[in-house]
Design a protein around this ligand. Sequence first.
Ligand code: ATP
Length: 512
Amino acid sequence: MAKQEDLFKKVISHAKEYGFIFQSSEIYDGLSAVYDYAQNGVELKKNIREYWWKAMVHMHENIVGIDSAIFMHPTTWKASGHVDAFSDPLIDNKDSKKRYRADVLVEDYCLKIEKKIEKEITKAQKRFGDAFDKSEFIKTNPRVLGYQEKIDTILKRLGKSLENEDLDDVKLLIEELGIGCPLSGSKNWTDVKQFNLMFGTKLGADAASSTDLYLRPETAQGIFVNFANVQKTGRMKIPFGIAQTGKAFRNEIVARQFIFRMREFEQMEMQYFVKPGTELEWYEKWKTNRLNWHKSLGLGEDKYRFHDHEKLAHYANAAADIEFKFPFGFKELEGIHSRTNFDLKAHEKYSGKKLQFFDHETNSNYIPYVVETSVGLDRLFLAIFSTALQDETLKDGSTRTVLKIPSILAPTKVAVFPLLKKDGLPELAKKVINELKYDFNVTYDEKDAVGRRYRRQDALGTPFCVTVDHQSLEDKTVTIRNRDTMEQERIAITDIAKIVNQEISFKKWISK
Ligand code: ATP
């Protein structure tokens, strides 16, 4: 555990030191759970967004994108159920005066049991060596089975109690499990209460005539209210999808774990409109599609798992999370929900406008069902960044810190160095930059010895370093160094773009 905590601390400090993420308003001591993306972070974030957009919008003839406003008519949130039901169950500790999400306290308790399972596996792995069959062990070891049963029973009860709004039972569960305040250990709890997560604001100049608004807590509703507009103007036929990326705001109570849970964050969502009755088929298809998309980034197949929901949101008839193995354990990265026709039906009712599709084959109208894929851009950033950050021991015994970001997402694709700051080498290096900058984000560096410059680019995740030396002046060749293999090759200046393009080809990455 200590090791994982250390790794997470390193992730946070590396993100700051190398210009990826700063705390918001840091000079005023920061604003809790709000972060700014710095010069390199903004590039990585933009590249992740684009990788998603291309895969979801450009690769599907029947999916289009929109960019709806953050402010929406307040009735939107009444219709969607957010005014009445977008809340978290909170519990206060009477001694430490700290407030927690009751469900998270229970889930964290289960995480500790999961750690015990992992310990048993590691122990057995050591004992049996190569002969160890992990999946067989998990299926048959009595201790592991006991732990797993305990987790399942607890989560099932939690899910049921939350679904039935039985908050007294959630408190009882916390007491029965003997869960104490993570800070003080005290078990002196208040009752569990619901707390709405939406931020309110006002539109208008004076108090009397102003309208109460909410900052959107999800981007999805901007898609639903535009369903008919897009369907008609885009002449879309069912099934079809509408995608969008953008900011969402939630007054999260337990905002921690860096950019994992923020009060202002960005979502990348796609709503897929389907014929009623076919939604579960599409739900399974999108589960597979989205998992494959994540895996194409090459962070490791074992980093992902599905978590099928016991407790379904008021609008869903099936839901699963794609969980990712963050430095603090498996946690939700993306949600895939079969949202039925709940939202369109509710907007029809509240707006009085028809939100239906006319099916020429059957000559009838219907309100489409919806399958949603919803991923947090910041969470994805954290997943990629924390997995990419590695300390390597090299053959000569020295160490290096390297950010093995998938090259297609790397903030800077090529760093160009003159070997020395003289003899016309900087001039030629800048010429190389001027050729490449139209196609790639490139950077120039002439400070310090070349070895240190390589290390700096490794820590920034730059996949290629190009060095201009005296031979370059004679034969127009340079050396190109690969971040991951650290191997260098001499190539013609005119071949740089081709090599980089091959490495960061979208087609190559997405087909993985
Ligand atoms: P959680 O259970 O972690 O609160 P959620 O189930 O409420 O998440 P959704 O409403 O399904 O999340 O939102 C879709 C995605 O948006 C999540 O999978 C997550 O990646 C991201 N997300 C949600 N809340 C936050 C947040 N506060 N900060 C960063 N990302 C978030």
